[in-house]
Design a protein around this ligand. Structure first.
Ligand code: FE2
Length: 493
């Protein structure tokens, strides 16, 4: 049972050391020894020791003190004390400091074996307990780290989702609606509202809201208290009233409105209170929404400037050729009506609104003798005239924010069967706005008197358009166009 065990024997009596070492080695132990406390401490620090047998009386330090030092250095070493006389106090002290047993000299070697076996059993239990305890501690630490990591991941994912939802908004999306929806979902709200602040009247105006089915329809009382008026004077931070959190939405230091968020009740019908994370996410939502609103204000003022330039281009076209002026107006009216009939979305309708009145913008670059020629154009002249779609695109693309519109100008003479110009694209590869302008443009040209050709009747023009359905024009759009004209909308001619 003692085979291979590392034993330290400490006694100032060399005879005892020799006798004990011989006996223990006979039992398979690996023995090292010391005659002083100092020597013993060095050995404990540097050697592998599983069990130590210490004499209480040593020349330099007391055996009980040595026991204490050993246990502090390595608590797993089993220590057996031995003494030539029995001192009650030594025994108690030694046991308190962690001694496994006490042997009174002279002792039977068999007794020593028994004591050593018991001490080693205790030691292995201690090691096992320490290992279990360490595992438990490690497990607890890992669990804690895991929880922290999970919550960090959740927080980062939420932050990413908030940023991503705002970053992917396009200029036609309702940023206020988005802000209310994101706040409602992220906070787990039962009621989320955005109020515009009317600084002249000092009254908040409810602009957007999202509520769950159980939420009371009554107005928030919060806005009619003096506390909120007080807060509005310096709305740097959030305002919390009962279970409603109010977050200011500021643009360049000016309060433009506020977001109010009421948390959902949990299953026990206890009102959940707002946490720090709610405030953190609401602030992020507020910041992202403010920056989107600010960008829109900038965009609108930029667009306003571009639109003024755009209008001056229309005037320039009209000054050269009164036919083009009226033609563009009629095409614009018909194109917008047709866009409605075929269900174009708001983005496309806005594009059409900009591009239809200037679809022949490129004619600015066509010489007067060709543009205003009363006779039919020669082939060469026709080629020059055809170039107006590319020229129009080049002019409009100078305005970066009109890049989508410029593409429509380029493609307004494409044909559905791919035999148009300038790119020869076909079908739905031609933008819907360009397919619309193509029909309206042709119809208006046919039904208007030109110096070299008399106008045809509306009925004949419609027949011609229908004959070209699927070849020159998109058949779905032709069908909607014919119905629209027969219902009396033909560009206020
Ligand atoms: Fe044209």
């Amino acid at each position: 049972m003692l085979e291979g065990k590392h034993v330290l024997v400490v006694d100032d009596n060399l005879d005892i050391i020799v006798a004990l070492s011989d006996f223990l080695e006979l039992n398979g132990c690996k023995v090292i020894s010391a005659t002083t406390g100092k020597e013993a401490i060095e050995l404990v620090k540097n050697e592998k020791i599983e069990i130590a047998i210490l004499d209480v009386r040593l020349p330099d330090i007391n055996g009980v003190t040595l026991l204490d030092i050993i246990k502090k250095e390595n608590p797993t070493i089993a220590v057996i004390m031995m003494t030539g006389y029995s001192s009650h106090k030594d025994i108690i002290d030694a046991m308190k400091k962690g001694a496994s047993d006490f042997l009174l000299k002279p002792f039977e070697y068999d007794n020593l074996i028994m004591v050593m076996i018991r001490a080693l059993r205790e030691r292995s239990l201690l090691i096992e307990k320490e290992s279990l305890f360490k595992n438990l501690e490690d497990k607890k630490k890992i669990e804690l780290l895991n929880r922290e990591l999970q919550s960090k991941i959740k927080e980062l994912t939420t932050m990413y989702n908030i940023s991503n939802q705002f970053n992917t908004l396009n200029i036609y999306d309702d940023v206020y609606d988005k802000m209310v929806n994101i706040a409602y979902d992220v906070i787990g709200a039962s009621l989320c509202r955005f109020y515009i602040y009317d600084s002249s009247s000092g009254e908040p105006i409810l602009f957007k809201e999202k509520r769950d089915a159980n939420e009371d329809l009554a107005e928030d009382k919060i806005f009619f208290t003096g506390e909120l008026s007080e807060w509005i004077r310096n709305p740097k931070r959030y305002f919390l009233k009962d279970d409603i959190m109010v977050l200011p939405i500021m643009i360049k230091g000016e309060l433009i409105g506020f977001l109010t968020v009421k948390k959902k009740r949990n299953g026990l019908e206890v009102i959940s209170t707002h946490q720090d994370s709610d405030l953190f996410f609401l602030k992020l939502i507020g910041e992202k929404a403010s920056s989107q609103i600010e960008n829109r204000i900038l965009y609108e003022s930029l667009f306003d400037n571009v639109f003024k330039t755009h209008m001056s281009l229309i005037t320039a076209i009209n000054k050269r050729d009164s036919y083009t002026e009226n033609h563009c107006k009629r095409v614009n009216d018909m194109a917008l009506s047709l866009a409605e009939k075929v269900g174009l979305n708001n983005i496309e309708k806005d594009i059409l609104r900009v591009v239809a009145p200037v679809h022949d913008l490129g004619k600015i670059g066509v010489p007067d003798e060709i543009l205003l020629k009363p006779d039919k154009l020669t082939d060469v002249e026709y080629e020059i005239m055809k170039n107006h779609s590319i020229l129009g695109q080049e002019i409009l693309s100078q305005f970066e924010i009109l890049s989508r519109e410029s593409v429509i100008i380029r493609n307004h003479h494409e044909r559905f069967d791919g035999r148009g110009y300038p790119d020869g694209i076909s079908g739905e590869a031609i933008p819907a706005c360009a397919r619309i302008i193509a029909i309206c443009d042709t119809f208006d040209a046919m039904t208007t008197n030109r110096p070299y050709r008399r106008a045809v009747s509306i009925e004949d023009a419609l027949k011609e358009i229908q004959m070209c359905s699927g070849s020159q024009f998109d058949p779905i759009m032709v069908e909607a166009f014919v119905k629209m004209i027969l219902n009396g909308n033909h560009g206020n001619k």
